[in-house]
Design a protein around this ligand. Sequence first.
Ligand code: PNS
Length: 172
Amino acid sequence: MRIAVCPGSFDPVTFGHVDIFRRGAKLFDKVIILVSVNTVKTPSFTIVERVQLINKVIAETELTNVVVDIWDGLLADYVKQVGACAIIKGLRAVSDFEYEFQMALANKILYDEAETVFLTTSAENMYLSSSVVKQIAAFGGDISHFVPECILHDITERLIPKNIRGNNHGNS
Ligand code: PNS
């Protein structure tokens, strides 16, 4: 069985991530979405909350070969532990490349048996990131264009300040 790990912060998961999950699921027998720790980021959702959000989204899809897991150690150790042959990463723009390239090389040194596979983002998601969602939410903007409906309420509750909630977003 060809297993791939799709790691990320997913803080929160967006349509851009879901697109990568779907496309990864077509290429491998099993895809493990791995909610991991990025030491340079301060997340808005706990790691368990992020898993819950992804699980809600996955439950609404036809993706039967996708599971979600948590890991607070080195990605390479997890990949080795589950016997994965690939790490899936989405690439949006040239600006992502240097950082992703660096991580891919480091992971290859830490565990040589797995390849990092880059999937270019779909054109409609080029601009989309969790940070964009958080910034728009912080000002009460409509985030329904960026995250699946089934988690819109959870994200709104957390990210949109109470005093401006309901002014300008989809699921108020
Ligand atoms: O969505 P992100 O924040 O770009 O994902 C980055 C992530 C979580 C995949 C990366 O920080 C990571 O792999 N963290 C686990 C710890 C690790 O192995 N770090 C070294 C990577 S070379």
